[in-house]
Design a protein around this ligand. Structure first.
Ligand code: THU
Length: 130
């Protein structure tokens, strides 16, 4: 299996744990660190709606909180025909911690597309603006 396939598979597995009783939109994410580890996340919703956390940010926070720094790719898996790109908040966080990495979006039917963060998030606000 290729590294990309492995990352998609990890995101698929993480999606199984999604807590999405309000939207029924289940998302899985997987983040590859430059040290070779894979960190996964799923969306975790809340009855107050606004406290919902996306799968991508869960994966990032898990990795960062475990001391990992430096990432080379991220995958996002949903079960929709139209592939799911990270939301705006997640793009900001992916840029902060991962920079211009490839973002692979995939669904359960085998459809996939990979875009660079620079395409998804042109002209970011980051530490270069401070
Ligand atoms: N969601 C994610 O987890 N990641 C995305 O990239 C898009 C949206 C979640 C948040 C919420 O639980 C549900 O999908 C519907 O917006």
């Amino acid at each position: 299996m290729s590294e990309k396939d492995l990352l998609i598979d990890a995101a698929k597995q993480a999606r199984e744990n999604a807590h999405a009783p309000y939207s029924n939109f289940r998302v899985g994410a997987a983040l590859r660190s430059t040290s070779g580890r894979i960190f996964t996340g799923c969306n975790v919703e809340n009855a107050s709606y606004g406290l919902t956390m996306c799968a991508e940010r869960v994966a990032i926070f898990k990795a960062i909180s475990e001391g990992e720094r430096g990432f080379s790719a991220i995958a996002v898996v949903t079960d929709t025909d139209a592939l799911t790109p990270p939301c705006g908040a997640c793009r900001q966080l992916i840029w902060e911690f991962c920079g211009d990495v490839p973002v692979t979006m995939a669904n359960l039917s085998g459809k996939r597309e990979t875009l660079q963060m620079k395409e998804l998030f042109p002209r970011p606000f980051d530490d270069s603006n401070l």
